[in-house]
Design a protein around this ligand. Sequence first.
Ligand code: BEZ
Length: 257
Amino acid sequence: MKETNDWNANNYNKHADFVSILAAPVVKLLNPKKDEKILDLGCGDGTLAIDMEKVGAKIVAVDLSEDMVKKTNEKGIEAYVMSATKLIFQNEFDAVFSNAVLHWVKEPEIAIEKIYNSLKKDGRFIAEFGGYENIKHLIDAMQIVFDMHPEYGEFDNPWYFPTQEEYKQLLQNCGFEVTYIEIIPRPTKIDDISNWLNIFANGIVSHLTSEQQNNFNNEVREILKPIIYSQKDGWVVDYVRLRLRAEKRRLEIENRI
Ligand code: BEZ
C-alpha cells in the first residue's frame, strides 16, 4: 500500500502475484484462528484475506488503492480505502497483519501508533516488508539514471527499508513487546524488470513525459541486466525482508504521549 492510490489490480495480478505467493511464512507466523478478528493492512487484491477467512477468522481489509479495495470487496471481504497512518480503529482486533506494505510508509511512528491502537490488549502485530538494503541494485541503478539526466530532477526514493534494530526501537517506543524480528535476504524471481518498474516505480517518474519514462525504464534495465539477469534464472531481484511479531501489553497509548 503506497501513499498514492493508482494501482491497477489486473496488472498487479498479472506481474506481481509473487507478492502473495511468497507470503506463506508470514501468514504462518500470524497463525490465524477461528473467530479471531484480524485487520489486513494493505490487502492488495484480497488473496491473503481469503486464505485467512478460510480458517474462520473475520477479516477487515484496508488498502490505499480503490481498485484493489473493489477487487477485495468483490471477493466477499469487508474492505475500505484507508492508509496505515490514518487507521481509525480502537481496541478492535486480535491481530493486525501486513505483508509487503510498510516499506511505503515514510512516517513509521504514526503507522505503528495507529496499529497499536487498533489492537485489543494482548493483540499481536505480524508484518513483513522490505528491510535494510532491500532492492539495493535497483535503487542504485535508478539513482545512476537520475544522475545522468539532471532534467529529470532529484531521485525521490519513496521507500523506507529499516534495520531490525531501528524498527524494534520504534515498536518498543510505542509500547509493543517485540517477540520476534528478523532480517531475511530473499532473492526473488520476477517475470521482467520492465514490468516491475512499471508497477512499483511508476510514482518515481510520474512527473516525466512518457518518452522520458520509457527512456528511464530502458536505461535502468540496461544497467541492471549484467547484474541481476542470467539465462538460467531470468531476472532475480535482491529482496530483503524484515519479518516481525510484536504484542500489545497495555491498553491505550494516549496517556503516555
Ligand atoms: C518489496 O516488497 O520489497 C518492494 C516492493 C515494491 C517496491 C519496493 C519494494
